[in-house]
Design a protein around this ligand. Structure first.
Ligand code: NAG
Ligand code: NAG
Ligand code: NAG
Ligand code: NAG
Ligand code: NAG
Length: 595
C-alpha cells in the first residue's frame, strides 16, 4: 500500500515536471517563483471566459498549492524510500546474524536433543536455504537433481560452503565452518558459522550426505544430515554423533568417504580394522536411526581402503587404497611408500549387487596410493578416473569386452629434481584430489607438493588435454628450493598473496560450482602431514581461494577478491579440508540411470 502510494506520488511528480517543461523543479521556492500565468492561461482557456482575472488567480493559487503539496510529498516519498532501503539492509544483516546463532544450536548436539533441534531447524524459515534441497519443492521428486546435466544447466548458484576445519592444536575441537559464497550477501567470503564437534582429537576429513541424487526417485527422503566421518576417533558426526566404538565393534576404523545409497542408507569406506591395521571395508548406517547396521562387503575384504564410487548401471563399485592407518597417521615416512604392507597400489572392483570383491587391479609403483575415485557423472558411463597420490598420475579405468576391468595411466605429472639442503632430491607432485565437472567435460586435480591446480579437457577421455593451470604455493615456493630439473611446467614457483595474506601450504581439496564456472580450493591434507610439509600453514591457518573457470575454452584465473582466511578463527588458526554445497555438488552425488 505504502509503496504504491509513494509510487503514485512519484509518478505525479514526473508528470508535473513534464508539463512544466521549462521549470527547474529543484526546490519549492523555484517552483513558486517561476510559475507563470501565460502557461496557466493557455492550459485552462481562462482568457476566453468572463470574470477571468479572479478566477485565474484562484485557479493559479490552487495549482500552486497542489504543486507545492505534490512536491512536498515527493520529498517525503524520497525520504521514505531512503529509510526503506536502510531498513532492508539492517534486516538482511540481522537475518544473517540470526541464522548464525540459530545454527549454533542445531548440529552436532546430543541425541536426546537431536529431534527437537532438528524440528526447530526446519521451523526456522530464514534458515530454509541452508539445508534446502532446491529441487524438492514443486516436484513430487526426491532429493537432488534428475541428472548431472540438469544440475549443470539449471542447478542454482552455490550460496554456502560447508568446510570441515581441523584443529592442529589437539586440545581443541574440530568444527564444520559455514562459509558465505553469495556475492550479494553482506557476509560474502566470510565464515558465518562454526559447528564444533564437542570432542577433541577427531581429525574431521571428508563429508557427505544422508541422501542425495541417487534417491531422486524417492520423494519420502530428505537431504538433511551432513555426515562427517572422523579419521582418528572414528566418530561419525551427523546431526547426532555416532560413537566410534560402534564402528570398531564391526572391526573397522579410520572412516573416510561417505556416500548416500539409493536404498536410503549411508555407506562409509573405512581404512583400518579396529586396531588400525590396513583393511578396506565399508560400514552401513541407517539414515533414519543413525545406527551402524553392519559392514557392506560380502566375503573377502580389500587390503586397504580409501575412496569409492558406485555405478549400479554396470553393477560395479570401485574403491581405492591409501595405506595402513597406524603408520600414516603419524606422518609421511618416505621409506613406507615402497612397503606393500604399508601403502596400497590397487583398485578394488566389487560386484555392486552381491557386494563381492571380484577383481583387484594392481596399478604398480606409478599407482602408489590411489586416492579419489571419480566415475564420469553420466550414470551409464563405464569410464572412471583415479588420482594416484604419491607419484601424481591419473589412471583411467573401464571394462574390457570380457567385463574384466582394466586401468591405464593417462596423465603423468613427472617428478621435479630439486636441491634440498644441498642434496639433489626427487620431488613428486603428490596428487591429492581430483574432480570431474557435471557435464563430464573437464577433469581437475591438485598436486599438493608441486603446488598447482590443473584442468584437463576430457571431452575425448582417451586423450586428456591440459587446459588450465594455476600455482598456489607448494614445496618449491614455500622452501625456496632450487629446481635442478623440471620436465613439465616451469612455475613460476612463487608464493601467492591474496588480499594481503600470503598463502602458506598448497592447494589440496577442490569443489566446483554446479555450472562449472567457479572452483573453490582449500589447502589442508591431513593435520600430521600439514605440520610436516607446511608448518607455516599450521601456524598461520589455512585458506580457501576461488578460481574463475573459462568453461568454453578452458583456463582458470585466481579471483583476487575472494579469500577465506582460517588464520583468524576464534580458537586460533585451523586447517580447512573438504567443501560441500547445501544442495549437493560435483563430488557428493551419484546418479542412477533411468533404467
Ligand atoms: C481550450 O480550448 C480548446 C479549443 O477551444 C479546447 O480544445 C480545449 O480542450 C480547451 N482546454 C481546456 C482545458 O478547457
Ligand atoms: C493555498 O494555501 C493557502 C495557505 O497555505 C490557503 O490560505 C489558501 O486558501 C489555499 N488556496 C487554495 C485555492 O486552496
Ligand atoms: C552432551 O550431554 C552431556 C551430558 O548431558 C554434556 O555434558 C555435553 O556437553 C553434551 N555435549 C554436547 C555436544 O552438547
Ligand atoms: C579384524 O580385521 C583384521 C583384518 O582383516 C583381521 O585380521 C582380524 O582377525 C579381524 N578381527 C576380528 C576380531 O574379527
Ligand atoms: C631464495 O634462494 C635464492 C638463492 O637460491 C636467494 O637468492 C633468495 O634470496 C632466496 N629467497 C628467499 C625469499 O629466501
Amino acid at each position: 500500500m505504502l509503496l504504491s502510494f509513494a509510487l503514485a506520488v512519484l509518478l505525479a511528480g514526473i508528470v508535473l515536471r513534464s508539463n512544466t517543461k521549462q521549470l527547474q523543479l529543484t526546490t519549492l521556492d523555484d517552483v513558486l517563483e517561476s510559475a507563470d500565468n501565460s502557461e496557466y492561461d493557455s492550459q485552462t482557456n481562462a482568457t476566453t471566459k468572463p470574470g477571468k482575472t479572479r478566477r485565474k488567480e484562484y485557479l493559479y493559487r490552487l495549482l500552486t498549492n497542489t504543486t507545492r503539496s505534490l512536491i512536498q510529498m515527493e520529498i517525503k516519498a524520497r525520504r521514505l524510500e531512503e529509510n526503506m532501503r536502510s531498513i532492508k539492509e539492517k534486516t538482511a544483516d540481522l537475518l544473517w546474524k540470526n541464522k548464525d546463532k540459530a545454527l549454533w544450536h542445531i548440529l552436532f548436539k546430543n541425541i536426546s536433543r537431536h529431534i527437537s533441534i532438528r524440528h526447530e531447524f526446519h521451523q526456522h524459515s530464514s534458515l530454509r536455504r541452508i539445508m534446502q534441497d532446491t529441487h524438492t519443492a514443486g516436484h513430487s521428486k526426491g532429493p537432488g537433481y534428475a541428472s548431472p546435466l540438469e544440475a549443470f544447466r539449471s542447478g542454482p548458484r552455490e550460496e554456502l560452503l560447508y568446510v570441515v576445519c581441523v584443529q592442529p592444536d589437539k586440545t581443541k575441537q574440530d568444527y564444520l565452518a559455514t562459509v558465505d559464497v553469495d556475492p550479494k550477501s553482506p557476509t560474502y567470503s566470510q565464515v558465518i558459522h562454526r559447528t564444533y564437534t564437542g570432542n577433541v582429537g577427531d581429525e574431521l576429513h571428508h563429508s557427505g550426505w544422508n541422501v542425495c541424487s541417487s534417491c531422486h526417485d524417492n520423494p519420502g527422503l530428505k537431504r538433511n544430515l551432513l555426515i562427517l566421518p572422523s579419521l582418528v576417533s572414528a566418530n561419525v558426526y551427523a546431526v547426532d554423533v555416532i560413537d566410534g566404538s560402534e564402528m570398531r565393534s564391526f572391526n573397522c576404523s579410520f572412516p573416510h568417504t561417505t556416500h548416500c545409497l539409493a536404498s536410503g542408507e549411508i555407506m562409509i569406506s573405512t581404512m583400518g580394522d579396529k586396531d588400525e591395521n590396513g583393511k578396506g571395508d565399508f560400514v552401513l548406517i541407517d539414515s533414519q536411526t543413525l545406527k551402524v547396521t553392519g559392514t557392506w562387503t560380502n566375503g573377502k575384504t580389500a587390503n586397504f581402503g580409501y575412496d569409492f564410487w558406485y555405478q549400479p548401471y554396470h553393477d560395479v563399485m570401485v574403491s581405492s587404497e591409501w595405506g595402513t592407518p597406524k603408520y600414516f597417521k603419524t606422518g609421511f615416512h618416505p621409506d613406507d611408500v615402497a612397503n606393500p604392507k604399508r601403502y596400497g597400489s590397487s583398485l578394488n572392483v566389487y560386484k555392486w549387487s552381491t557386494r563381492e570383491l571380484q577383481q583387484v587391479i594392481e596399478l604398480g609403483k606409478e599407482g602408489t596410493a590411489p586416492l579419489e575415485v571419480r566415475f564420469l557423472h553420466d550414470p551409464k558411463s563405464e569410464l572412471g578416473f583415479v588420482g594416484c597420490g604419491v607419484e601424481a598420475n591419473v589412471f583411467r579405468f573401464k571394462p574390457n569386452s570380457d567385463r574384466k576391468w582394466r586401468a591405464d595411466k593417462i596423465i603423468d605429472v613427472p617428478a621435479k629434481k630439486v636441491l634440498q639442503d644441498g642434496v639433489e632430491t626427487e620431488l613428486n607432485g603428490l596428487m591429492t584430489d581430483i574432480l570431474v565437472s557435471l557435464d563430464d567435460k573437464y577433469l581437475y586435480f591438485t598436486c599438493w607438493l608441486h603446488g598447482d591446480v590443473r584442468q584437463y579437457d576430457i571431452s575425448d577421455p582417451e586423450n586428456p588435454k591440459l587446459a588450465g593451470q594455476v600455482f598456489l604455493g607448494g614445496q618449491i615456493a614455500s622452501n625456496n628450493l632450487t629446481v635442478v630439473e623440471d620436465k613439465d611446467n616451469k612455475g613460476p614457483y612463487k608464493q601467492v598473496t591474496v588480499k594481503d595474506k600470503t598463502l602458506q601450504g598448497s592447494p589440496q581439496m577442490i569443489q566446483l560450482s554446479l555450472d562449472g564456472k567457479r572452483l573453490y580450493v582449500s589447502c589442508s591434507l591431513f593435520s600430521p602431514w600439514d605440520k610436516q610439509f607446511y608448518p607455516k600453514s599450521t601456524e598461520e591457518g589455512g585458506w580457501i581461494v576461488k578460481l574463475d573457470v573459462d568453461t568454453e575454452n578452458g583456463g582458470m584465473k585466481l579471483d583476487p577478491d575472494f579469500l577465506i582466511d582460517f588464520g583468524r578463527e576464534p580458537n586460533g588458526p585451523v586447517l580447512p579440508h573438504e567443501m560441500r554445497y547445501p544442495g549437493g555438488d560435483c563430488t557428493s552425488d551419484i546418479w542412477l540411470a533411468d533404467q
